[in-house]
Design a protein. Structure first.
Ligand SMILES: [Zn+2]
Length: 202
């Protein structure tokens, strides 16, 4: 990894580098990982609020505990919901970090990966702004690759990347058929990352 690439602070927040800038927002929706448990898995998600609307403030508002009974677009139903992810990548590829990678973000919910339950304990959650059926943007995939590069450098315990639907198949469909696992494989190869991709791209 070139020394100029983005890296993490001692507190687990991603510094901007020449190829990747990261905005920090401290979500209240997190807690400590179990003692001795570091990141071992990356979970890819897709989200948009309202669904299919891009560019609005509502995912940020959700993660920052800002939705209320008066929120528009039917989002009042989500008031009080305590969810977050470590990272959010918007359609333009802009990256925001909401939770330190040392901490446990609340993105996976009831989940199991290869027999291990409670994936939030041992994973990094990355949300891409999107839907299951609209292709994610090239800018998003570039930022995702660079974020993975920084994660691989900081957290050698990570060995795999998967999708939310793979670890919560009864409840979740994201990131959906629109997510191009082959493109992710290309990004990982570009950055010399040897994580297993589950599912394996055809
Ligand atoms: Zn999800």
């Amino acid at each position: 990894m070139p020394e100029s690439a983005a890296c993490f602070s001692d507190q687990g927040w991603l510094y901007s580098g020449p190829d990747l800038s990261c905005r920090w927002r401290h979500s209240p929706h997190h807690n400590a990982r179990p003692q001795g448990c570091g990141p071992q898995l990356v979970v890819i998600h897709g989200i948009s609020l309202p669904a299919g609307d891009f560019g609005g403030p509502w995912v940020d508002t959700l993660f920052m505990h800002g939705l209320t009974a008066n929120s528009p677009h039917g989002l009042s139903d989500l008031a009080g919901l305590e969810v977050s992810a470590h990272f959010f990548i918007n359609r333009e590829g802009l990256l925001t970090q909401y939770v330190s990678i040392h901490d446990r973000a609340w993105h996976a919910g009831v989940s199991v990966f290869e027999g291990r339950h409670n994936c939030n304990d041992f994973s990094i959650g990355i949300e891409l702004e999107g839907t299951d059926s609209i292709p994610y943007t090239a800018a998003q995939m570039l930022t995702l690759g660079r974020t993975c590069q920084a994660l691989a450098h900081d957290s050698p315990g990570i060995t795999a990347v998967t999708g939310h639907s793979m670890i919560a198949p009864d409840r979740k469909t994201d990131p959906g058929p629109a997510f191009d696992w082959k493109s992710l494989a290309d990004q990982l190869r570009l950055h010399g990352i040897s994580w297993r991709i589950v599912p394996t791209p055809a």
